[in-house]
Design a protein around this ligand. Sequence first.
Ligand SMILES: Cc1cc2nc3c(=O)[nH]c(=O)nc-3n(C[C@H](O)[C@H](O)[C@H](O)COP(=O)(O)OP(=O)(O)OC[C@H]3O[C@@H](n4cnc5c(N)ncnc54)[C@H](O)[C@@H]3O)c2cc1C
Length: 387
Amino acid sequence: MDSIFLTDHEQAYVSEARDFYAREARPHVLAMDREDKYPLDLLKQMGARRYLGVRFPEEYGGGGLDVMHEALINEETGAQAYPLACLRSVPHYCAHVIYYYGAEEQKRKWLPGINRVDLVTAECVTEPTGGSDAARMKTRAVRDGDHYVLEGTKRFQASGALADLFLVFAVTDPDVHPSKGISAFIVEKGDPNLIAMREFDTMGWRGLAIVSELIFDQVRVPAGNRIGEENQGFQYLMDTLNTERILVGSGLLGTARTCFEIAVRYSMEREAFHRPLKNFEAISFKTAEMETRLEAARLLRTKAARMLDLGRNVTKHAAMVKVFCAENAFWVANEALQIMGGIGYTTQADVERHFRDLRGGMVAAGTNEIMRLVTQREIYEEFSNAG
Ligand SMILES: Cc1cc2nc3c(=O)[nH]c(=O)nc-3n(C[C@H](O)[C@H](O)[C@H](O)COP(=O)(O)OP(=O)(O)OC[C@H]3O[C@@H](n4cnc5c(N)ncnc54)[C@H](O)[C@@H]3O)c2cc1C
């Protein structure tokens, strides 16, 4: 690969990851989709290569690199299957809160295990009564001596059915605005009052051990498992979401790139009316538009990741990355499927699987509507502040 926007190290890093995934990933991602099988062995291999927690220091089991590298690895992971990129990055969100807001003792206790995949983690935000309006969550955490008692139900947690650690956001002060009364906790598995239900069968994103309900029925959590200050959890969540949106956008971009590559090759080989499909402008113009949209998404993602690495405010850019990558990735997959005709609609073609996965990208980790809500809010704030 050759990119004027990536350093030599970043390009070499991407090449190595491509080689690794080309060798190892395929049987695992097919089993995820077809057998709904959680790819723990592959995740552990990725952990051993430090492909999880890429941006965190090596002393905590991370890769010692930055968000740009983290985004690049998510793109390469997504190129195999978006759900695998999801499982690669969920632990990152949990690690993010612990690393930036946790005590040193908490970092040493949990981060190496999370980054090496000795500990499987789930991020618990969404509830049956709502995901977009996260501030209105209902799960309560009530202090009881040196413990908190958690009561409530979460929904949709990837890895939720088999996690060792749950990053849980819960209301600790119901008498203030919700955004000022939420705290973050690490809940360790083992309490019989923590019940995981798996009743959902999803269109895509299969093999993630997603829960339909994660029930906290008077679950006792040591006060020492609260991360950071009491009632500051919502700010931690908002901060984490910025990185999450850039990583999710990168993963979706990788999946769409694969669809594009498959479709271009197919259009060169497949013939109709005595000529290759690519000779019809109705087909080749699709590939032109696909590449244009992918390149634009890649540049927006790269800018946002670089801004985050420079410590800039990325709230607007992260939301723009998420919605732009999600919509265009799905558009690209749809066009790829069209170029392939009937075979594209069958399970013989990977595009069918990617198409289903990419549809979920417009809902999970913040819907397209919510990303636009965030973007316009930031725009008007910028203009108001400028006077
Ligand atoms: C495959 C998958 C994996 C997931 N993984 C996780 C996970 O690991 N952890 C976790 O906590 N959650 C997870 N989620 C949940 C996900 O983040 C939520 O589904 C998402 O945020 C939307 O919330 P909701 O489903 O409650 O929809 P709702 O919030 O009920 O929204 C329904 C519709 O209304 C629209 N809407 C809502 N409010 C507004 C508004 N103000 N303006 C305009 N439109 C609006 C939404 O955009 C959407 O179209 C996952 C979901 C999926 C599908």
